[in-house]
Design a protein around this ligand. Structure first.
Ligand SMILES: C[S@@+](CC[C@H](N)C(=O)[O-])C[C@H]1O[C@@H](n2cnc3c(N)ncnc32)[C@H](O)[C@@H]1O
Length: 280
């Protein structure tokens, strides 16, 4: 039986650092995360983990804790429509609107193990060809170093490539390697710049990105942190830039200046410079 003091200590720490909420009703999920730490750190029990973390949290210990406490669920072309709208509507519009040789900066802001960013690039290439998609600069980040390490390798198992990835894309962009794994080809892998970024704590650049995917990460945040992150995402977009959220996420009750846009029944958001408003 894990003491409440231990649950509270880790829930508070995870919340302060990442914004992820573990409320008392989620303690059973935290329990299995803490048991993972027992194995990873090769200590006797959860009490020993607590004693270690209570004494001092080194950067490595922090990374281990964040790696076990994040939910990195993702798959290629998740929900399909965002990638269709991105490649057939948004990027073609931006290629015309943003003139000259300016690169279009696109950011997958909680990219987990990379499937989202690679899906963006593969769908853009499929629609626009190599020359159209060459103006895209892709960035992808996450708070989890484990997820990022997998993303940077671009190496996926059989189950990963069976989830959402059309067979034509698998054949075109991946090579089968040992142990029934699939390696994404270097012309795709080398196009995405992966980096560690904590949406709650790190400094966002100003007006750098034309499109930001911030999908299925705000569901773990409370309202104040959602507000903070979304306003930072707004400031990080260029004027007229777009933000995509996850299917279950919206701006309801959030104080922002985003305009809602709907194409083919799919809703996403556009930065329009004007006064803040609350979407009801
Ligand atoms: C459920 S996955 C979503 C992945 C992808 N965006 C998708 O929709 O398939 C959520 C990701 O958010 C990351 N995450 C959680 N809190 C974060 C934070 N404060 N800053 C950056 N990433 C965070 C987790 O590590 C995890 O990889």
């Amino acid at each position: 039986m894990i003491r409440d003091e231990i649950y509270k200590f880790f829930a508070d720490y995870i919340f302060q650092y990442s914004g992820m909420v573990y409320s008392p009703t989620d303690y059973y999920r935290l329990e299995s995360r803490l048991k993972d730490l027992v194995t990873i750190l090769s200590v006797e029990n959860v009490e020993s983990v607590f004693q270690m973390y209570k004494t001092n949290i080194t950067p490595d210990m922090k990374a281990v804790l964040i790696n076990v406490s994040t939910n990195n669920e993702t798959y290629f072309f998740r929900d399909v429509k965002p990638f269709k709208v991105f490649s057939t509507n948004i990027i073609p519009e931006l290629l015309v609107r943003v003139t000259g040789n300016t690169q279009l900066n696109v950011w997958s802001a909680a990219s987990s193990s990379g499937q989202e960013a690679f899906s963006m690039l593969m769908s853009a290439q499929n629609t626009l060809g190599d020359s159209g998609s060459s103006r895209l600069s892709l960035f992808a980040s996450d708070i989890s170093t484990n997820a990022l390490n997998k993303a940077k390798k671009g190496l996926y198992n059989g189950l990963d490539v069976q989830r959402g990835l059309p067979i034509t894309f698998l054949m075109k962009h991946f090579t089968q390697v040992e142990n029934e794994n699939w390696q994404i080809n270097s012309n795709i892998l080398s196009r995405v710049k992966f980096f560690e970024f904590n949406l709650l704590k790190d400094k966002f650049p100003k007006e750098m990105y034309h499109v930001i995917f911030c999908r299925n990460v705000l569901i773990y945040q409370d309202k104040d942190n959602k507000n903070k992150i979304l306003n930072n995402v707004y400031d990080a977009l260029t004027d007229g830039g777009y933000m995509f959220l996850g299917n279950g996420e919206s701006l309801i009750g959030i104080d922002t200046s985003f305009e809602r846009v709907t194409i083919d029944g799919y809703t996403f958001y556009k930065k329009e410079k004007k006064m803040k408003k609350t979407i009801k």
